[in-house]
Write a protein of this length. Structure first.
Length: 266
């Protein structure tokens, strides 16, 4: 090095009082200059505490409540740890799901034909959760998990299952609280459309990000509702008739086959 940082520059850099230009210049210089690094004042007690805390975290990681619950129901430790490390957007979706279903239920009990809102909302809940469960842009740890042995389809399906299970439970429980719903068959009228859309999202995930695929499928669902509502003599509830349910079941089988073929070809 043909030059070195002055004592004043080192002091201001260490005290975080240097301006941005000086701080960046000092940072770049210290990377290559052992002499200036040796003159940089350091808080030895702080360094010792930091290393001790780091060793404690690495050697004895603390298990969260979700991870302990997953292990308690029989999942392997690695799988429980992977599922517990879900994206922050997934947690926000879970809270929003409870709020949306509660509002839809209140609307259904207070407004004539208010059950229509719940009917068109429930199938989309699992789809949104799956779209936010995996992939770049929604998972802060995606760049790390994508290069691990658990990456790819196993992680995708684990995250999908982690979303589907609570979504199906919440939607089914909410459906039982709907007016005039008393049997399981009446409560799961939304299930086949929801599963078909999730399968469609996973199938489209071959060509686009999962979040984008979820948006495409959700837009198609919304378009179908708008077209039915705008056509005289048609009702959006036609999407849940026995004939429509048979069509949803067929679509689900075909899309699930596409997803399985994709997995086998990978």
């Amino acid at each position: 090095m043909s030059w070195h940082l002055t004592h004043d520059q080192l002091h201001r850099y260490a005290a975080h009082t240097a301006d941005d230009v000086t701080a960046m210049s000092a940072e770049a210089h210290l990377t290559h200059c052992a002499h200036c690094r040796s003159l940089l004042p350091a808080d030895e007690d702080w360094l010792d505490r930091s290393w001790a805390d780091l060793r404690d975290i690495v050697d004895q990681p603390r298990r969260g409540v979700a991870e302990r619950l997953l292990s308690a129901i029989g999942l392997r430790e690695s799988t429980a740890k992977l599922l517990a490390a879900t994206p922050q957007l997934y947690r926000a979706w879970l809270g929003a799901t409870v709020l949306v279903l509660a509002m839809a239920l209140a609307f259904a009990h207070e407004v004539p034909r208010g059950s229509l809102l719940f009917s068109i909302t429930a199938p989309v809940v699992p789809l949104i959760g799956v779209a936010l469960a995996y992939g770049r842009g929604v998972d802060p740890a995606h760049s790390l998990t994508s290069v691990t042995p658990l990456a790819g389809y196993r992680l995708l399906f684990l995250r999908t299952a982690a979303v589907l299970v609570p979504a199906l439970v919440l939607c089914t429980a909410a459906a039982f609280l709907m007016p005039s719903v008393s049997t399981l068959s009446e409560a799961v009228f939304w299930l086949l459309p929801a599963l078909a859309m999730v399968a469609g999202c996973l199938a489209l995930g071959r060509w686009m990000a999962l979040s984008l695929a979820g948006g495409v499928v959700g837009a198609a669902w919304l378009l179908a509702l708008v077209l039915l509502g705008a056509t005289d003599g048609l009702d959006p509830l036609l999407l849940f008739t026995p004939t429509a349910q048979a069509s949803w079941a067929t679509a689900l089988a075909l899309l699930a086959g596409v997803v399985l073929l994709r997995v086998r070809a990978a």
